[in-house]
Design a protein around this ligand. Structure first.
Ligand code: ACO
Length: 316
């Protein structure tokens, strides 16, 4: 068995929901500007006592409970994040402690910026192919509010915090993946802890151009590799950065808009957490039938990109 299927999801958000009008009290902006340029209405920000690893653990617990499996059967725990609270221990190890995952679980964090969760899918597929245990726990979690400059209106209105988890199972179902990176060190940069200027900076127009080129490329590559058409795909779940990016792809590809799931209006851009958060909301909204074909597409910092075609559970 060389593929994986998705079994269940869980999600966790910080307590504080921040509206566009709340952002207008921090920087010179408006609900009109943010909504029309991005589609974002609200986002959540961690407060001082809240840590992204706590959100990750909460989301993971929910996903494991919904999958109705024992933690003893989980062989790996991978957390996609670009805003971990510590260099070490990894968020994955903190989740391991909280969920009491067995000591032989492979636990590590993965950073591919906003493409991180898509990278975890292919990583889990490859690792589960040789793991004794059938299940993997994949998490996207971010506390971007800790690395955003709240005096820079170009960036601070775009991002949000949150976590979501997915339990995957080794399976024979269809699975196709493609990935890449361009080694870009200019368009989206965050020097991080200890640096003089530690905040995230972005060339919004360059990111926009990259996104609207890479998403159709990813979708077409996967369709070619799988000999499927857009009609065969139940949902395309893109990284939720900006409504205008997704709308532009829909126009470019002349694709049916209803296949492109969007929930960025509620959470803003949550980087590596955005695709699993979309999957969690889709499960909550009963949009996922067994055997549904989901095409997850990510793009992000470093100019990484990737896509995975994966099924929701086995066909009944
Ligand atoms: N409120 C009000 N005005 C603003 C704001 C704000 N929050 N931010 C910028 N502006 C102003 C600018 O200062 C500029 O003013 P000026 O003309 O007087 O200089 C004006 O709005 C237009 O700025 P642009 O940068 O041209 O705005 P644009 O239409 O390109 O939209 C945006 C900016 C939304 C960032 C767009 O470039 C975009 O969608 N880029 C994609 C980037 C993205 O989504 N990144 C997410 C993170 S990366 C990732 O997830 C992979």
């Amino acid at each position: 068995m060389n593929g994986i299927t998705l079994l269940s999801t869980g999600k966790a958000l910080p307590q504080k929901c921040v509206t566009n009008n709340d952002m207008a009290a921090i920087v010179e902006t408006s609900d009109e500007w943010i909504s029309s340029r991005t589609g974002i209405s609200t986002r959540y920000f961690c407060q001082e006592q809240e840590q992204s690893w706590q959100l990750a653990a909460k989301a993971a617990k929910e996903a494991v409970e919904k999958a109705n499996i024992s933690v003893e059967e989980i062989g790996l725990c991978i957390v996609a994040t670009m805003s971990p609270p510590f260099a070490t221990p990894s968020v994955a190890c903190l989740v391991q402690r909280e969920l009491e995952l067995p000591s032989d679980t492979l636990c590590f964090d993965l950073n591919a910026a906003c493409t991180g969760f898509v990278y975890t899918l292919e990583t889990a597929r490859a690792l589960l192919a040789t793991n004794e245990k059938p299940y993997g726990l994949l998490i996207g979690c971010e506390s971007l509010s800790r690395i955003v400059d709240f005096s820079d209106r170009n960036t601070c209105v775009l991002f949000g915090d949150g976590a979501a988890a997915v339990v995957v199972q080794r399976s024979n179902s269809q699975f196709f993946a493609m990935h890449g990176a361009k080694g870009n060190d200019k368009a989206l940069v965050c020097p991080g802890y200890g640096a003089e200027k530690q905040y995230l900076t972005m060339d919004g127009k360059a990111v926009f151009r990259f996104a609207v080129e890479s998403i159709p490329h990813c979708i077409n590559e996967i369709l070619n590799a799988s000999s499927l058409t857009l009609e065969d795909i139940d949902y395309i779940v893109c990284h939720q950065a900006n409504r205008r990016i997704i709308d532009s792809v829909i126009r470019q590809m002349k694709a049916p808009a209803e296949k492109f799931y969007m929930n960025l209006q509620h959470y803003g851009n949550t980087s590596a957490a955005s695709i699993p958060l979309a999957l969690a909301d889709m499960q909550q909204q009963n949009l996922l039938r067994p055997g549904a074909k989901l095409l997850c597409v990510g793009f992000g910092g470093g100019f990484t990109w990737g896509a995975s075609l994966v099924c929701w559970k086995e066909k009944e």
